[in-house]
Design a protein around this ligand. Sequence first.
Ligand SMILES: Cc1ncc(COP(=O)(O)O)c(C=O)c1O
Length: 385
Amino acid sequence: MTLTDLQALERDHLVPAYARMPVEFVRGSGALLWDAEGNEYLDFQTGLAVNSIGHCHPAVVAAIREQAERLIHVGNLFYSEPGLRLAKRLAESSLGGKVHFANSGTEANEAAIKLARKAKQQGTIVSVHRGFHGRTYGSLSATPQESKQAPFAPLVPGFVAIEPTAEAIAAAVDERTAAVILEPVQGESGVYVLGDEVLRAAREVCDAHGATLIFDEVQCGLGRTGTLWAYQQTGVVPDLLTTAKALGGGLPIGALVTGERLADGFAAGDHGSTFAGGPVQCAAGLAVLDVIDDEALLARVRELGEYLRHAVAEFPGVGEVRGRGLMIAFELVDGGAPDLVTRALTQERLVLNATGPTTVRLLPPLIIDRAQADDALQRVGRLLA
Ligand SMILES: Cc1ncc(COP(=O)(O)O)c(C=O)c1O
C-alpha cells in the first residue's frame, strides 16, 4: 500500500485522535528505522521513550518468541513465572515493596492514585503544572493542562493543581491530602527537571501529613536519565513509583512499585486488569531490564546526554537546553519546532519530536554510541544552519 492509500484508510476508518507524520515505518533495528521505500532513518524519538534499548533488540525478540510459543495469556487467577520474576526485579531494584502490574503508564498511575486514596481512606490528590500522567480519568484529572482536560469535564473530584515549587507544595498539602504525584523530570510538557528542593519539600510535607508521595517515572525511569530510576539522582525516595513505556521493549506493560509501607495496601479484588502482568510482556520486561540495569550503559547515558546538551546549545537559534541523561529538550528562540521536526524527518531522515511550538525533544535509544550522537547533531545542525 502507498502512503496515500494508508492516509485514505486512516481518514475513513480511524477516529482522528492523532496527527501522524507522513511516513510508514516497516522495520527497525537498534537506533535505525526504515520506511516502506527502504529509506533509513535515525530514531531520536523511540516511539516516545519506548524503544529505549533500540528496535527489535535480539534479547527481547528471543524472550517474546520463546514465551509466545509456550503460553501467551493465562490471566491473574493463576500463577505465572515471568510476572513474578519481573515483580521481584522491579521491587528489589527500587522501593523494596511489591508490584502491581498494568498495561500502560496511565493505568499504572490509576493504580497508584487508587492505592494512595485507599491508604488515607479519602483525600485530595495534588499534582503540579506541566505534569502529565495519562489520559484515563484519574490520571487526566492529575494532568493540569487546559487543552487535555477541558473537553472532558467534569473530571474526577478531589484533584488539586499547583505550581511545581517547594513553597506551593508545602502550602497545598495538609492532613486531607492523600497523595502528591510528580514526575521527577517532566517529559511531555518539554523536559523540565524538577529541582531536588521541590522533591524534598514534597517528601517532607507528605511525611508530616501522612500523605503518599508518588513519582511517575513512566517516561523518566528505566535508565532514561542515566540511573535505573530517576529518583536515584535526587536523594528523595517516593512511597510509590510508576513505570511503563520502555519496560516492555515495545509491548504494552506498566507497573506500580510500592515501598514497604503500602506493599499490602490493596486486598484481593480491589484493583485489577485482564491482561496485566501477562507472561509475554513480562518476559520482554525481564530482557529489557537485563540490558538497562547495567552501570556501563547508564554511565554512557549520562555522558552522552551531557555531550548532546552542550553541543545542541551551540547551534544558532537554540535557546534554553534542558534535560538529564538522554531525556533532552531545546527551545528554538524563533519558534517553529513542529516545522523543524517535519523537516528533520523528510529532509534529514532523523526522527524527532516537538512538545510545543518552540520545544524540540530528543529521546534517543539508550544504546546509541558517540558516532550516532554526532550523526544526529550533524543532521540537526544542517537544519538549523
Ligand atoms: C510521565 C508520563 N506518565 C504517564 C504517561 C501515560 O502513559 P501511557 O501513554 O502509556 O498511558 C506518559 C505518556 O507519555 C508519561 O510521559
